[in-house]
Design a binder for this molecule. Structure first.
Ligand SMILES: Cc1ncc(COP(=O)(O)O)c(C=O)c1O
Length: 402
């Protein structure tokens, strides 16, 4: 048995446990349901939006590289030379997204923390949407900068804060991972430019799913020449384990020697990079999957809306906002009883008392599956107390024009 921990660590662990573990009726934290999905279950938890994670081209490229090169490169990326598989992939990704350069990172988390650690600094205000991903907030902390949060999707609020605090860095997600709504990208870029700020857009959930060949929302809106940095997790539509930063070539050249997550953490293995390169090829040629994904999403959102759920989604991330944790627990259990599995989100991933169940849709879903989930959502409305949720009441009020 390891030695007993001193009181100061013990106290901290207890406080964290109370705050984040909080066992529910089943003795587990709220995010963990009662049973694992069995055969025939509809599981809407994976962010593999284009349903490509088992694609044969991606598998065969990884196997080919494992068999020919192996895993020889187990080290930090700082030791890599021009012309490595990593730099070739980065060049291809930059061309795909329409920015000058790209830097491959070990995860979306490492990309965001590394980027902000490098570009922010003590005393620099960082204007960040309240719903932006946790990794961006951690990057601000790593840089010793200070976060100036603005109300979700309220660029007018962001502008007023810039007028108070001055020039700094502005940050949004293009597509929000909790409720699936899209940021006002044009307004964001306009205001960022007006005050000489530096823009960072996290496209983790839109890369692959939107724009020409899936190049993302910034590309779709014609804003690539006006944004300073785009970051993305490649563990969503790209269905891998990596992250990326799109930037100027000057920044990309120096990032591996400046960002701590890049210097002090080993780089991806050659077969992982080969898998990502194959994924890029698959995604670039996946217009049919994108069309189906958006069609599935529209059908599902409209179905839930017709059932009087308050759906704020504009995308394939569709969430039911049950609000109180006890209500989310009831909703999770009711869905599970019918073999439907979404992801539970609660604080700190959402504001307190705004917990929800997120459905991540994908292009491979059949109409039968979509209709089944809608039927379940219809049947459980009374049982889950859905009519009393804050989100439902808000919708009823707005429907009645109040
Ligand atoms: C918007 C956003 N950014 C960054 C990340 C981190 O990505 P990764 O899982 O690759 O570390 C995530 C994943 O949850 C995300 O949703």
């Amino acid at each position: 048995m390891p030695p007993k921990l001193p009181d100061f660590v013990d106290r901290k662990l207890k406080a964290l446990e109370e705050e984040s573990f909080k066992p529910r009726k089943n003795g587990k934290p709220l995010v963990v349901g009662n049973k694992a999905p069995g055969p025939g279950a509809v599981v809407l938890q994976s962010n593999d939006y284009l349903n490509i994670s088992n694609h044969p081209h991606i598998y065969s490229e990884q196997i080919r590289v494992l068999e020919t090169i192996g895993k020889e490169m187990v080290m930090s990326a700082v030791y890599l030379f021009e012309g490595s598989e990593k730099s070739v992939f980065e060049k291809n990704m930059a061309e795909y997204a329409g920015l000058e350069s790209a830097v491959l990172c070990q995860s979306g988390w490492a990309a965001n923390v590394g980027l902000l650690q490098v570009i922010a600094d003590v005393g620099v205000p960082v204007y960040i949407d309240m719903f932006a991903h946790m990794s961006l907030w951690e990057g601000i902390k790593a840089a010793g900068a200070y976060a100036v949060p603005f109300r979700h999707n309220d660029i007018g609020h962001m502008e007023r804060l810039i007028q108070q605090h001055g020039q700094g860095i502005t940050i949004i997600d293009s597509l929000y991972s909790t409720i699936g709504d899209i940021a006002p990208l044009d307004d964001f870029i306009d205001v960022t430019e007006r005050y000489g700020c530096v823009s960072v857009v996290d496209e983790s959930h839109s890369l692959g799913g939107y724009g020409y060949k899936g190049a993302g929302l910034i590309h779709e809106r014609g804003l690539t020449d006006r944004v300073h940095f785009i970051t993305a997790s490649l563990a969503k539509a790209f269905a891998g384990r990596a992250g990326i930063i799109f930037s100027s070539s000057h920044f990309a050249r120096f990032f591996p020697y400046m960002a701590y997550p890049a210097i002090f953490s080993s780089t991806l293995l050659p077969h992982e990079i080969a898998g990502l390169q194959a994924t890029l090829e698959v995604i670039s040629n996946a217009d049919d999957r994108r069309v189906q994904l958006h069609e599935n999403s529209r059908f599902f959102r409209e179905g839930l809306d017709a059932l009087d759920y308050n759906i704020t989604s504009q995308s394939y991330i569709v969430s039911i906002e049950s609000g109180l944790e006890s209500d989310t627990e009831m909703l999770r259990d009711a869905l599970e009883e019918h073999n439907v599995f979404g992801s539970v989100f609660l604080a700190p991933a959402t504001p307190k008392n705004r917990s929800l169940i997120r459905f991540s849709l994908h292009s491979g879903m059949s109409t039968v599956e979509l209709e089944y989930v809608l039927k379940v959502c219809d049947e459980i409305r009374d049982k889950t107390g859905m009519w009393d949720w804050k989100s439902t009441k808000k919708k009823v009020l707005s429907k009645n024009g109040r």
